[in-house]
Write a protein that binds this ligand. Structure first.
Ligand SMILES: [Zn+2]
Ligand SMILES: [Zn+2]
Length: 731
């Protein structure tokens, strides 16, 4: 290494909100990784700048330079630095989040050696083929392998939902073959143009006209109105002009159907990026995107950090979805970063949703976003009819009311499918003893234990705690009361009522892996299931053409939420699940069981009137001083002793008030610390403190100084504290 004489500012992955000075060679560019000594450790950091030292301390030299050219290119580095500043999060941790895992640990950013590809053997042994009929997973994978051309493992696992052991079995039986190939850029496939209706065409034209300029478009359209067609037409045009497309979707929507549809129209050069991929697969996609060897990335939240060589268009589908917000560590929001990225690169970003977030709707109404609406259902499909069942008049038994059961019976007679939607897994969410008042509650959390019948256990859905469950009270031996209905109880009740019906339960206990989920979804689509009992897993992305009835078993949970966004989230969720009904040729029905049929939220739901709901809700938020009319930040603290967490938040409050006075910052309100809605979780007490302002500027001035002051003070090892800028959930 040449003489180390120049001072560099290095972002080091430690929880401190600053960079560190090191000595190194003079020619280091920002975005290059270096290995530096940090206390007794060696860490992989990133060069931020070169310039005079911040302190007079004797500086330590850089141990090793890892890259000859920056791995964080200029615009992605700018995006990450902006995000670190905006979220007041340690810059070293933010930059690490922007790199593939392999590069965080200091591995070389080398060209991938090539990618293993597979196809079905052209001349398999007849007996091996026959044996497939007894192995449904192998059959699914073989079907995926039999499609035209060679396929990568991520493509195959996405299409089939199978694990690698299934592939190994097929290779062993001589039903599949493999080789290694280097990724190639392939031209756009020849496909028949998608025929758009006039509204879709107008929206697509608007996006295409915006290519090359920064613009945020909010594309609102009910389920089935054909938003995806609009994205695809605009994306194809962006690719045809030589740029790349970033397509973000919620984790749960990244289905084989969507992937196949996008690849069918945009070509095999579309790569996926999601948490189910291995570190090597993610690294390959990162490398190929950066080298300009792929035309589009279809990915979940963290795909926002993909360093596309020449991005031309960003799509954020289901922009209201809560999974875009990272809920721990570096708490970024992928939608907001997408807008920032579009402004840095001067390109358009499309936010799509049937039920846009109130933030985005407000921005559209204020003229900051261009508002594009699709009001008709695409093709021949019709809007489902929503009915309310008053559970005061029709008391449910095992969670189900008579009108809903009768409607299910009619579907069974006609050979149509029903979805029963419930937000709770397990059998009974409320268990107590009428004799002595005992309740099944978690010892580690402020939460009830849920009775799971299949495993005969009580389970805590917050911390995972399990204990054996019996039918009798552990204190007085009386028979326990099992209240409420989770997926298991509904399944049992439906089985009792309709013994001949084919049931399928879709919750995290039953379909926890991608493989299990895919095989069940396929059975539903094939029509070998009559009634689906499911949680949120069934609400998004899937198209079930035979479903003509959706029953929402318990809509009341979200009606009286302590979160000011509670009713927004509830309506988004219910409209989403209602959209599962009657998508293809047949009109659908939706039954909502509620004890509060006159609740304003339910009334708006009946009319499919999300926009009317949004108007009322926005008025209320304006009056109450909540987002989007105010900006929030939440300090959270948790500790084994509630007093320890409280004293940290009291220090936040005192220091904050002091800074406001000293710096003469006005219009910022620091609220007193309060217990979090979930007060205790996994044995730790949780408290929070809200900071609120009508204006972003003064809020961020305060947060910048306050977070640094909190970091330098001693909070004791036992207290964990964090800062969440623009929090989405108040729990
Ligand atoms: Zn008892
Ligand atoms: Zn617990």
């Amino acid at each position: 290494m040449p003489a180390a004489e120049t001072v560099h500012q290095i972002a080091v992955p430690v929880p401190l909100r600053k960079s560190f000075d090191y000595l190194g060679p003079g020619n280091l560019l920002p975005g290059v990784r270096v290995v530096v000594p940090f206390g007794p450790r060696r860490l992989t950091g990133v060069v931020l700048s070169t310039g005079p030292a911040n302190t007079g301390h004797r500086l330590r030299p850089i141990i090793r330079v890892l890259d000859s050219e920056p791995v964080l290119d200029s615009w992605i580095l700018r995006l990450l630095l902006w995000a670190a500043e905006y979220h007041h999060h340690p810059v070293g941790e933010v930059l690490a989040a922007g790199l593939p895992v392999k590069l965080r640990s200091g591995e070389a950013a080398a060209e991938p050696r090539g990618i293993r590809i597979y196809r079905a053997s052209p001349d398999p042994a007849a007996e091996a083929l026959d044996a497939l009929s007894g192995a449904p997973a192998q059959q699914r994978l073989h079907r995926a392998l039999s499609r035209e051309g060679w396929h990568t493992w991520p493509e195959l696992t996405e299409a089939s939902g199978c694990g690698r052991h299934v592939l190994r079995a097929l290779l062993k039986r001589g039903l599949a073959e493999t080789r290694v190939r280097l990724p190639q850029i392939t031209p756009l496939p020849d496909v028949e143009a998608i025929r758009l209706n006039p509204e879709q065409e107008q929206a697509a034209n608007h996006i295409v006209e915006s290519l090359g300029t920064f613009r945020t478009c909010l594309l609102q359209g009910i389920t089935g109105s054909g938003k995806t067609e609009v994205y695809l037409v605009a994306a194809r045009e962006a690719i045809a002009r030589g740029s790349q497309v970033l397509f973000l979707v919620p984790e749960i929507s990244l289905t084989p159907q969507l992937i196949a549809r996008v690849r069918g129209y945009l070509g095999d050069n579309v790569r996926c990026l999601h948490s189910g991929m291995s570190a090597q697969e993610r690294y390959e996609t990162w490398w190929l995107a950066r080298a300009g060897r792929i035309s589009a990335v279809l990915g979940t939240r963290s795909a926002i950090f993909t360093p596309l060589q020449n991005p031309g268009l960003i799509v954020v589908d289901e922009e209201h979805d809560q999974s875009y917000k990272q809920q721990d560590g570096f708490r970024y929001h992928a939608r907001n970063l997408a807008i920032k990225l579009a402004s840095l690169k001067d390109i358009p970003v499309v936010l799509g949703s049937a039920t846009p977030s109130l933030e985005s709707l407000h921005n559209a109404r204020e003229g900051r976003h261009r508002f594009l609406q699709l009001s008709e259902r695409f093709g021949a499909a019709t809007v489902p009819e929503i009915r309310v069942i008053d559970s005061g008049i029709h008391p449910p038994r095992n969670g189900l009311t008579d009108p809903l059961l009768q409607a299910i019976g009619r579907r069974l007679d006609r050979g149509e499918q029903t979805i029963i939607y419930v937000n709770r897994r397990g059998y009974a969410p409320v268990v107590h003893c009428y004799q002595c008042g005992w309740q099944a509650a978690c010892n580690h959390c402020s939460a009830r234990l849920v009775y799971h019948r299949d495993s005969a256990r009580f389970r805590c859905h917050l911390c995972g705690h399990k204990e054996p469950a019996g039918a009798h009270c552990p204190q007085c031996a009386a028979t326990l009361f099992l209240g409420g209905a989770g997926t298991q109880r509904l399944e049992q009740a439906l089985y009792g009522r309709f013994p001949g019906a084919r049931l399928c339960r879709l919750d995290r206990d039953e379909a926890g892996t991608a493989e299990k989920l895919h095989s069940r979804l396929e059975r539903i689509r094939e029509g070998t299931v009559d009634i689906v009992i499911g949680t949120q897993l069934i609400t998004k992305g899937h198209d079930f053409p035979r479903v003509t009835l959706v029953g929402v078993v318990n809509a009341d949970q979200g009606l009286f939420s302590v979160d000011f966004r509670g009713s927004e989230f509830l309506l988004q969720e219910l409209l989403q699940v209602a959209g599962r009904s009657g998508r293809a040729r047949t009109a659908g029905e939706v039954f909502i069981q509620t004890a509060h049929p006159k609740h304003p939220c339910i009334m708006k739901l009946l009319d499919h009137d999300y926009m009317g709901f949004a108007d009322t809700e926005l008025d209320e938020r304006r009056l109450a001083g909540y987002p989007p009319f105010a900006h929030l930040a939440l300090f959270r603290a948790e500790a084994r002793e509630a007093g320890d967490a409280l004293s940290v938040l009291e220090r936040v409050r005192r220091s904050g008030e002091q800074i406001l006075r000293q710096e003469e910052i006005e219009g910022v309100e620091i609220l007193p610390p309060v217990p979090s809605p979930v007060e205790r979780r996994a044995g730790r007490y949780r408290l929070q403190l809200m900071v609120r302002s009508r204006h972003r500027g003064p809020l961020h001035r305060l947060l910048g100084m306050l977070s640094v002051r909190m970091e330098s003070g001693r909070s004791g090892k036992s207290v964990r504290w964090s800062l969440d800028v623009d929090p989405m959930e108040m729990v």
